[in-house]
Design a protein around this ligand. Structure first.
Ligand SMILES: Cc1ncc(COP(=O)(O)O)c(C=O)c1O
Length: 477
């Protein structure tokens, strides 16, 4: 439980519309607004659940809040003990207003809930744009926000074209198909990545070739790429893992020397840079995911960025069933429905507007982790000092002793802190192991030691201290 001062976004008036309460909840992220009268006397509360129920009863967001306000029974007074207040929290009561003798609001207590691994931050213009798209009735895959999101995101990446799609996995598949990758071709992928990277290759009928990672960055090792090249190799998919950019200099040199395509998997590294240039803009196509746990999100969603007009046109066509641009319902290539909706893109436009802020609070949070964990000699934080690379804080990532790792994750879970073990190396899974010509010793070692820690704006120093206690106890045992 923590005590907070009252802020404007926590107070409303019964004459205000439900819409205005919704905006306040979006800003305060507590799902509740206190209602007071003209004299500043507390009258009750309105919650996100109350708004939902009003809409389900057929009321619109223009309705005055008055008839939905609940005079609340659970209150705290200035002189009440913490123990007494703590006893008032319940599953459905997470925020308790503090009032004085005249029933004026002084502040509130909030029960700190579970700490999720990620939590999208949607309190910029996301709701405005989403409502705008909704009201416009352009809720499918055409509309103002699609074009705007494609333009804004691709130019943020330093690329000329953006093709928005329904998720990150299909962005990889679309890129591979647009580059003509097919059965008989080989595509080099890193051992340590999310399964979507290799699955996209398998969808095309091509053969993925799994190679090991670098010890320092945990990203694909250019030396291992070189060893794996055969006459059938057509492309490389470097994955900028856990926010860390790959060695794009070496990778692009190899690609140029052997005439290979490069598809960057940037799902986890929006905004990361190599030599001052953003990831996604080095290879032929950069692929992004906007899943809810990513740096910026559209719920589900993805995008391919490229500097090639030809590839952009080809991906646009393949995304839309392969339909000819000149003749409606005439299909000269087998395409897909991989489109993003205008609603998703509206959220994306709100997110990309704030990406610099989002990245900087992530960086600040990572620094807090670094500071609090710096004395844990057995805990190694992901490197941020590799020459030429500017990583982003997607999920704060650490290495611990392998035999203690799972117990640490369990202990964090027991106190409501969510974390993740690193990905299982592709070469260690039955369905993929045949695609690894060589043992991947580095990725194997790193994978067993890695934990992704909660990285979202709700993570307080108190939470990090609790994590530090678990990590240090386990390390000393
Ligand atoms: C490295 C990597 N590639 C691809 C994807 C696939 O993205 P999506 O979940 O949007 O399909 C992810 C998503 O989690 C990922 O982490």
């Amino acid at each position: 439980m923590k005590k907070y001062d009252i802020k404007d976004s926590m107070i409303g008036h019964a004459n205000d519309s439900l819409m205005s309460f919704m905006y306040k909840m979006n800003e305060n992220t507590n799902g509740i607004v206190f209602v007071q009268n003209d004299r500043g006397i507390f009258q009750g509360v309105l919650t996100d659940g109350d708004i939902k129920r009003a809409l389900m009863q057929g009321y619109t967001l223009n309705e005055r809040a008055e008839k939905f306000v609940k005079p609340i029974a659970v209150l705290a007074t200035e002189d009440e003990t913490e123990m007494s207040i703590q006893g008032k929290f319940a599953d459905n009561i997470r925020v308790i207003p503090i009032i004085d003798k005249e029933k004026k609001l002084l502040g509130y207590y909030k029960q700190e809930g579970k700490t999720p691994i990620a939590d999208p931050q949607l309190n910029g213009n996301e709701l405005n744009y989403l409502l705008d798209a909704f009201v416009s009735t352009w809720i499918s895959s055409s509309g103002y926000y699609i074009n705007k999101f494609e333009q804004d995101f691709s130019s943020y990446c330093g690329s000329s074209y953006g093709v928005a799609v329904s998720n990150g996995t299909v962005s990889l598949h679309l890129a591979l198909v647009a580059l003509g990758i097919k059965t008989g071709d080989e595509v080099i992928v890193p051992d340590l990545t999310f399964a979507a990277t290799i699955n996209a290759v398998l969808y095309t009928g091509a053969t993925p070739i799994i190679v090991d990672i670098e010890e320092s960055s945990w990203c694909i090792d250019p030396n291992r790429i070189k060893e794996a090249i055969t006459p059938k190799t057509k492309a490389i998919i470097p994955v900028h893992l856990y926010g860390q950019p790959c060695d794009m200099d070496s990778i692009m040199k190899i690609a140029n020397e052997y005439n290979l395509y490069v598809i960057e998997d940037c799902a986890e590294a929006h905004g990361a840079m190599f030599n001052g240039k953003r990831v996604g803009s080095f290879g032929d196509i950069g692929c992004f995911s906007f899943f809810g746990n990513k740096v910026i999100t559209t719920g589900e969603g993805g995008m391919c960025v490229t500097n090639s007009e030809e590839l952009s046109n080809s991906m646009r066509k393949l995304r839309d069933h392969g339909m000819s641009k000149e003749r409606r319902y005439y299909h000269d290539v087998v395409g897909y429905n991989y489109r993003m909706t205008n609603l998703q893109a509206a959220i994306g436009v709100g997110q990309i507007e704030r990406i610099d802020d989002i990245l900087s609070w992530r960086e600040v949070l990572e620094e807090k982790y670094r500071k609090i964990l710096k004395n844990e000699t057995n805990v190694i934080l992901q490197r941020k000092d590799i020459a030429a690379r500017k990583k982003v804080a997607w999920l704060v990532s650490i290495l611990v002793q392998p035999e203690k790792r799972d117990e640490m994750i369990l202990q964090m879970k027991q106190i409501g802190i969510d974390s993740r073990p690193f990905f299982v190396p592709l070469s260690k899974m039955d369905i993929y192991k045949a695609y690894a010509p060589k043992e991947c010793t580095v990725s194997n070692r790193i994978s067993k030691r890695g934990i992704n820690l909660p990285t979202n704006y709700r993570v307080t120093e108190e939470v990090i201290e609790k994590i530090a206690v678990i990590l240090s106890m386990k390390e000393r045992e």
